[in-house]
Design a binder for this molecule. Structure first.
Ligand SMILES: [Fe+2]
Length: 436
């Protein structure tokens, strides 16, 4: 059941090939100390190191700086990357990068920091109007003209997978919408992943980022198959969100099995290093997978859950501003969405639930939506995730506005295995109000 080869049926006029962009990754304890050697090998001499204020005070940034300087490189630190970056904070980072005339980028932090470095690298290397590279229909979706400067990404959370992807997410302030820039050119040249960076993360942060990993793997695995897209006119037009494919399936399956085994342990016991190491590896596997397939509706819906937040202040997150952390904003939608998408590929939903730990014996296709939703809900409860979008401050009256925001995320919605309309999005938000 789990192999699902029939998912990739070739059809006249449709896509018949999938593309694999492999990330360069060095994974393991102590790898941040190798940053200098890797940077030099990539031809860097003058490095812009991106981080944020909180991380700047932790030892990882010092470790990376020390390694870069020991390798004879000049380093300038930008510690004003914003958690939940905006177009304005991207532009501030790009101004810093332009003034410094750097020939290489290093990022030490979570998805926000890595995305900020990607954006700064892009706008300094190929200056343009800000919206030119932003995903359509919000921006112009123009192609990045050529390769960027080398970028070494060092993640310090176990979630976003940004170190393995060509995506940079931000809030477009003027439109009050979250959107992104997506191009293979944005993928970091190298990811240096030290799982020990997760040992000091607060419980709530591990829960949110852990469900981000889970959603990456589950959405990628259940995405529309690449064979259902029309064939591209030429290879360069093959989208990065190309849909589920046999390569991404491998990473998704491995990540989901690790999450079934370690998510609850890693959240609830900070001293469980085996669990946190494995969560970081699951994040890497899921990042490789969804970087080559794309996610779909739960992520699309998350943009407005995060963007329209009013007064939610989760524990473990700094700052006075209300925030729904990314992974949390995704997973609160997930049970509702997978109940909806299950009929498009029930065997995939059942297989994934089994990998996450559900007893799927005797489950029929008709049960697929409930089987996966119930497994997700059990895991959310066990890790103190809020109870649906109601748990982060929304009511049924918010559904139309949330659906309007999500409808703009066409890059993600068109990757859904089942067609989504603005009306069905409203229904999905209503189904996500509360699960228990
Ligand atoms: Fe995500």
């Amino acid at each position: 059941m789990a192999c699902c080869h029939h998912y990739y049926l070739l059809a006249e006029g449709n896509e018949a090939a999938f593309a694999i962009d492999v990330s360069s990754i060095t994974f393991g304890h102590g790898v941040l100390k190798e940053a200098g050697e890797h940077a030099r090998a990539l031809g860097m001499t003058r490095v812009a190191l991106f981080t944020d204020r909180t991380l700047a005070a932790l030892p990882y940034v010092a470790q990376v700086c020390e390694s870069l300087r020991a390798a004879g490189l000049d380093v300038a630190v930008f510690d004003e990357s914003r958690v939940e970056p905006t177009d304005q904070s991207f532009l501030a980072a790009a101004r810093f990068a332009a003034e410094g005339k750097f020939d290489g980028y290093v990022s030490v932090g979570g998805g926000s920091v890595m995305d900020t470095a990607k954006a700064a690298n892009l706008y300094v290397t190929y200056p343009a109007e800000f919206l030119d590279y932003v995903n359509a229909p919000i921006g112009k979706g123009k192609a990045v003209p050529g390769p960027l400067k080398p970028h070494i990404a060092c993640p310090t959370t176990c979630g976003t997978g940004s170190e393995c992807t060509g995506i940079a997410i931000f809030d477009l302030l003027a439109m009050q919408v979250k959107t992104g820039i997506a191009s293979r050119r944005l993928r970091p040249s190298l990811a240096l992943i030290d799982p020990a960076t997760t040992y000091t993360l607060p419980k709530n942060v591990v829960a949110a980022s852990g469900f981000d990993i889970l959603s990456h793997a589950l959405e990628s695995y259940t995405a529309k198959p690449y064979t259902r897209r029309a064939a591209p006119g030429k290879p360069g037009l093959r989208p990065m969100s190309q849909g589920a494919n046999p390569w991404s399936d491998i990473g998704c399956e491995a990540a989901l099995k690790l999450l079934g085994q370690y998510l609850e342990r890693g959240v609830n016991d900070a001293s469980d290093r085996e669990a946190r190491d494995n969560l970081m590896y699951a994040a890497t596997l899921a990042g490789i997978a969804f970087g080559n397939s794309g996610v779909h509706v739960p992520h699309g819906m998350a943009y407005s859950v995060a963007g329209l937040v009013r007064d939610f202040h989760p524990e473990g997150y700094p700052g006075d501003e209300p925030i729904v952390p990314h992974g949390m904003s995704v997973v609160v939608n997930a049970p509702s969405v997978f109940r909806f998408t299950a009929c498009a590929c029930p065997d995939r939903h059942i297989a994934a639930a089994g990998w996450l730990g559900a007893d799927t014996r005797g489950a029929s296709d008709d049960d697929a939506g409930e089987v996966i939703a119930n497994q997700l809900i059990a895991m959310m409860k066990a890790t103190q995730i809020p109870n649906g979008i109601g748990g982060v401050g929304y009511s049924k009256n918010d559904a139309p506005a949330l659906a309007k925001g999500a409808w703009a995320q066409q890059r993600l919605l068109t990757n859904s295995p089942r067609e989504v309309t603005e009306e069905s999005l409203e229904g999905l938000y209503l189904g996500a109000l509360a699960y228990w």
